[in-house]
Write a protein that binds this ligand. Structure first.
Ligand SMILES: Cc1ncc(COP(=O)(O)O)c(C=O)c1O
Length: 352
């Protein structure tokens, strides 16, 4: 039987045999006592990759983002972010719960902010205005379709943040997807932000984990908040080893995921059931269906054919390519996407 082509997210990636073998030989200790040698190595490795002083291993990207919001703000403050931001849409209102802050959303189509659009949104220090204390940019931006920032733009936003006395956090859940598409390094990005969160459990293929990277002082605060949130872990070197393996062997493979995403784009832009497809930049494909297509029926039909996708709002579908999509799966997928148009369009029309 053919295996399922699961494009719901790059978080569905499973550890390889080699990664599992590497995990099994990890040296471990109690990480709450900072005594897990593998976690310590991973934190030092990532800190030095991003030219920062320290890093903290967290169970999820949501936790590392939420900790960043806490260390950079005070209750009652506001954070400037794009309207597509993960911290706004998909962290279950965490910024209100954990930090008592509110978002100031900037409306873009591609998820990319620029200093000129941020600057007018920064409040003056009038008593009656909410204090703006933080800017968050998401690189790559998930909800906007995997778009990425140029280094110049990051630098300019960073300079604005210095001039306005604001902090800058990067949600870098997929920062390595941005890095393999650009001529900047992790160290370049780290030089122009206060903190960055980096996920290991998405396209890099580790089963769990995200790190918050920043100054010694910020990461010391972050450790305390992580414990308070219940994220202090014990012999977690087994998972940190998976991250170390992924950083060593899986970063360059992301490029292949991007090429696969472009192949899918090339098919979808020419089929009748797709009304509009966002340009593909990395590993995320977002498209809008024609008004007469029933998205649930399309999802069902795809599932029947061995393909899983995410519904991303009314009539919007998201697909994410990742390292577990084999060449054979790609051939099968492209065939199915064309086949639906030819043979099955009648089954996915609304009310039929
Ligand atoms: C941009 C972005 N940030 C943060 C996260 C949160 O990561 P996690 O699912 O590990 O909490 C995600 C998850 O998909 C994401 O896409």
């Amino acid at each position: 039987m053919n295996s399922m082509i699961d494009l719901r997210s790059d978080t569905v990636t499973k550890p390889t045999k080699e990664m599992l073998a590497y995990m099994m030989q990890a040296e471990v200790g109690d990480d709450v006592f900072t005594e897990d040698p593998t976690v310590n190595k991973l934190e030092q490795q990532l800190a030095s990759m991003f030219s920062k002083e320290a890093a903290l291993f967290c169970p999820s990207g949501t936790m590392s983002n939420q900790i960043a919001l806490r260390i950079h703000t005070q209750p009652g403050d506001e954070v400037i972010c794009d309207i597509h931001a993960h911290i706004y849409h998909y962290e279950t209102g965490g910024m209100a719960v954990h930090s008592g802050i509110q978002p100031k959303l900037i409306n873009t189509t591609d998820g990319i902010l620029y200093p000129e659009i941020i600057e007018p949104q920064v409040n003056t220090d009038a008593d009656w205005l909410t204090k703006t204390s933080l800017i968050v940019i998401e690189n790559t931006c998930n909800r906007a379709g995997g778009t990425y920032y140029s280094l110049d733009n990051i630098k300019n936003i960073y300079h604005l943040s210095r001039n306005k006395n604001l902090k800058l956090h990067i949600d870098g859940a997929r920062i390595f997807n941005a890095i393999v598409e650009n001529d900047y390094t992790a160290a370049d990005v780290g030089a122009y932000c206060d903190t960055i969160s980096v996920c290991l459990s998405k396209g890099l293929g580790a089963p769990v984990g995200s790190l918050l990277v920043g100054s010694k002082e910020d990461i010391k605060k972050a450790r305390r908040i992580r414990k308070q949130m219940g994220g202090g872990m014990r012999q977690v070197g087994i998972l940190a080893a998976a991250g170390r393996y992924a950083l060593k062997y899986h970063i360059t493979d992301l490029k292949r995921d991007h090429l696969n995403a472009k192949k899918i784009y090339d098919v979808l832009r020419n089929v009748r059931y797709v009304k509009h497809i966002k340009p593909v930049h990395t590993n995320i494909i977002i498209f809008e269906l024609m008004a007469d297509i029933n998205p649930l029926k399309l999802e069902e039909k795809l599932k029947e054919k061995g393909v899983r996708v995410s519904s991303f709002g009314k009539h919007i579908i998201r697909m994410v390519t990742h390292r577990d999509i084999t060449n054979e799966m790609m051939d099968r997928l492209l065939f199915v996407l064309r086949e639906i148009e030819k043979d099955h369009e009648k089954d996915i029309i609304l009310n039929k």
